[in-house]
Write a protein that binds this ligand. Structure first.
Ligand code: UDP
Length: 477
């Protein structure tokens, strides 16, 4: 394993690690799965590493990186590998399964080529921090004698459930109505991720989520974008079997501890946000009055669901700002735009700036893990409307465990009706239950900040990771 000797490092974690020994700074390659919800937290963690004197090279995927805008990550270098579909990525593949098959093969080959190339550079890599979705990256790292850290962009509760499925400790298809897994609250089968509770629905993704654990025993560290208090039981259980560190929530520093100056956004966007228009529109709305609606970067609503949501938002009579990606806008009812003067529809927005705006009242969300953590960290109450994957599990935690939101429950046709939408908005904005939820949201917001602030558990875990990394590099010299 190779390490490079940095300039004098002023970071206390590294300086203090071993007085008298030369200070080494490690070089990490950071490889996220090419999706907004995976790149954001791994990029954010990378900034925390750079803050501690680590050199970081972000490994992007050619097809995905081409489509990104606002590439504002000057402290981090960027290299690319291929998913086998340099023009078009997933959209160019005949199926998800074909995409994954090709990506896993070509990605592994091109990552090996890249590591080989960088090994001959003046700063050869020491460690690959890879998205848990892509366990082959750990095999590449080990082949080159590098350290490997698995990074989970999903909750530890979800990890716990998937791990049980991987180890076949959960029989599939699920046959019980309720489950009590170690470290977890009681879960109804329907609150498990969709790949389990609708077994067979997406075999390609099912393979990805359970295979995350196939070689994890070879990882030198396991990093998770969560914080201890949020998922204490699940973390306590996983830490017994993995070298786990919880290092989240991975949000731009200026929204939490404010120790990374000017770190106000993640740095890359799959779509161009219309930031000025969104914030200007919010600026003259009364405090706590606006419902923010977004289903993240990937989810697709049916036409019927889009229509119910549209009329529910209009009927509720509240201000709303609704992110509908360009590819989804055709599903809006023809006569909707124009009938509601209280709504703003945008193709993408600066989500963190919207969440922190004082006009915001609540967030109707699909409960992607990043959106959930962002709202929780900014004290925004949620209306959980999960669609698939781990969103279902996150929604359960939001409503029943952290008590920071309500759930918009779907009917037997799996559609959330307009009456349910208006009821949930009223519940959050106008009732005593809503006030309790707001109080809980503020409690979690403060905890999240404390965890990443100086001396907080996530801050210490990140420093520990860097210190251990530096030791391992020094020891191998
Ligand atoms: N996001 C954004 N603008 C939008 C919608 C989403 O910046 O209009 C960001 C959001 O802040 C989050 C990410 O996109 O960091 C979505 O990740 P999440 O895990 O919530 O959902 P996914 O897209 O993976 O389903």
């Amino acid at each position: 394993m190779q390490c490079w000797e940095g300039e004098e490092n002023t970071n206390p974690g590294i300086q203090g690690m071993d007085k008298g020994r030369k200070n080494y700074v490690a070089h990490c390659l950071v490889l996220p799965y090419p999706a907004q919800g995976h790149i954001n937290p791994m990029l954010q963690f990378s900034k925390r590493l750079v803050q501690r004197g680590v050199k970081v090279t972000l490994i992007t995927v050619v097809s995905n990186w081409k489509t990104m805008s606002n590439k504002n990550i000057t402290s981090i270098e960027v290299e690319s590998i291929s998913d086998g579909y340099d023009d078009g990525g997933l959209a160019a593949a005949e199926s998800l399964e074909a995409y994954i098959d090709t990506f896993w093969r070509v990605g592994s080959e091109t990552l090996a080529e890249l590591v080989h190339k960088l090994a001959g550079s003046s700063h050869p890599p020491d460690c690959v921090i890879y998205d848990a979705f892509m366990p082959w990256a750990l095999d590449v790292a080990k082949k080159f004698g590098l350290l490997g850290a698995t990074f989970f962009t999903q909750s530890c509760s979800t990890n716990n459930i998937y791990l049980h499925a991987y180890k076949k400790l959960l029989e599939l298809p699920l046959s019980q109505t309720e489950y009590l897994l170690p470290g977890m609250p009681k879960f109804a089968a329907e609150d498990f991720p969709s790949f389990l509770n609708k077994y067979g629905s997406y075999p390609g993704f099912f393979g990805v989520v359970v295979n995350q654990f196939a070689n994890i025993y070879k990882a030198d560290w396991v990093l998770a974008n969560t914080f201890y208090e949020l998922e204490q039981g699940a973390v306590d259980w996983l830490v017994k079997i993995w070298p786990l560190k919880t290092i989240g929530p991975c949000l731009p520093s200026m929204y939490l501890d404010k120790r990374l100056q000017d770190d106000k956004d993640y740095g890359v966007n799959m779509y161009n946000p219309n930031s000025e228009a969104c914030i200007k529109w919010l600026d003259d709305k009364p405090k706590g009055s606006v419902v923010y609606v977004s289903f993240g970067s990937m989810a697709e609503l049916s036409e019927e669901q889009t229509e119910e949501l549209a009329w529910g938002l209009r009927d509720g009579g509240n201000y709303f700002i609704w992110v509908i990606r360009d590819s989804e806008q055709g599903k809006l009812p023809k006569d909707f735009v124009g009938t509601s003067e209280k709504g703003l529809i945008v193709a993408w927005c600066p989500q963190l700036q919207v969440l922190i705006h004082e006009a915001l009242g609540c967030f109707l969300t699909h409960c992607g893990w990043n959106s959930t953590l962002e709202a929780l960290s900014l004290g925004v109450p949620l209306i959980a409307m999960p669609l698939w994957t781990d969103q279902i599990t996150n929604a359960k935690l939001v409503r029943d465990v952290w008590k920071i939101g309500v759930k918009a429950v779907a009917d037997e046709k799996e559609i959330v009706r307009r009456e349910t939408i208006t009821h949930c908005i009223k519940e959050i904005l106008e009732t005593e239950k809503g006030n309790e939820i707001k109080k809980n949201s503020i409690k979690w917001k403060n905890l999240a900040k404390n965890y990443v602030d100086e001396g907080g558990n996530s801050d210490k875990s990140t420093t520990e990771f860097v210190t251990e990394l530096a030791h391992r590099c020094a020891a191998s010299k």
